[in-house]
Ligand binder design. Structure first.
Ligand SMILES: O=C(O)c1cc(=O)[nH]c(=O)n1[C@@H]1O[C@H](COP(=O)(O)O)[C@@H](O)[C@H]1O
Length: 280
């Protein structure tokens, strides 16, 4: 299949969500979780943890989101563990959202976006990116994503407590967060912000921990990645309060599911509980 015939990420995401529900589980091998699982805080522990999560969940959830930082801790061998896992996840029909939060000048962004291209040793379906260098800096990554049928999730209103310090700052009439949402909405030409074959391929990150939704998402025309559930205090009720029933929201949970491991049945049960609550 040539790159230009790959189905756009938004359509692929909507299809998986239709089949499996919207839950994304983060693969975050924290030191505390490795220890809690009774595996070492070392390369072998990293591999056992990763394999167990992939075996338990890649056939069940729509999206798995490995966090690059936890693999980079172990150098090239850690990245190799992730590379194998990414291939296994995709082979199981689950989408991979690489949580790398990259952001740089345009020419370097173009290189980061190669993660989305067929033939990359660690090809993924989508990645998280940071807009701190300005909206134009991300444009090359958006072009690659369009070409390759990949997706981007741009940090807009993140889940950490002091996120508003920068994200509420004003750019003319708008907040920085709103400027990010508007930029991403511009990339989603012809897309929609609900689930379906036209769901946009470009999303934003908006935390489930927000007291109020202080950005207007009506022009986004793409999905919303909503972290902050469980360990950071966000709930399904918060998702409903913030986003309502119709938007294409991908709730993402890491520690609250991962703490149930290493038993595969327990991991699946923990993910299933979120899926059931999200559907209820
Ligand atoms: O982009 C993200 O995934 C992200 C954005 C954000 O605003 N807040 C946030 O917590 N995350 C990530 O989502 C995950 C949350 O993990 P838990 O708090 O354990 O569910 C971590 O991997 C974070 O890096």
């Amino acid at each position: 299949m040539t790159a230009d015939r790959v189905e756009p990420f938004g359509a692929r995401l909507a299809q998986r969500v239709g089949e499996r529900g919207p839950l994304c589980v983060g693969i975050d091998p924290h030191r505390e979780l490795l220890t809690g699982w009774g595996v070492g805080d070392d390369l072998d522990g990293l591999r056992r943890f990763t394999d167990a999560v992939v075996d338990a969940l890649a056939g069940t959830v729509a999206v798995l989101k490995p966090q690059m930082a936890f693999y980079e801790r172990f150098g090239a061998r850690g990245i190799a563990v992730l590379e194998e896992a990414v291939a296994a996840v995709r082979a199981a029909g689950c989408l991979v959202l690489l949580d790398a939060k990259r952001g740089d000048i345009g020419s370097t962004m173009a290189a980061y976006a190669d993660y989305l291209r067929a033939g990359h040793p660690m090809q993924v379906d989508a990645m998280t990116v940071s807009p701190y260098l300005g909206p134009e800096s991300l444009a090359p990554a958006a072009r690659t994503a369009k070409d390759a049928g990949g997706g981007l999730f741009v940090l807009a209103r993140t889940s950490n407590p002091d996120a508003g310090t920068f994200q509420h700052a004003r750019v003319g009439e708008r907040s920085v967060a709103q400027a990010v949402v508007d930029t991403v909405g511009g990339w989603n030409d012809g897309g929609v912000g609900s689930w379906g074959s036209s769901t946009g391929s470009f999303g934003v990150v908006v935390g489930a921990t927000l007291a109020d939704l202080d950005v207007d998402l009506d022009g986004l025309r793409g999905p919303i990645l909503a972290p902050g559930l469980g360990a950071q205090g966000g709930s399904v009720a918060d998702l409903r309060r913030l986003f309502g029933p119709d938007r294409a929201v991908v709730p993402t949970v890491s520690r609250d599911v991962l703490a149930a491991g290493p038993d595969a049945t327990a991991l699946r049960a923990a993910a299933d509980r979120w899926t059931a609550e999200l559907a209820g």
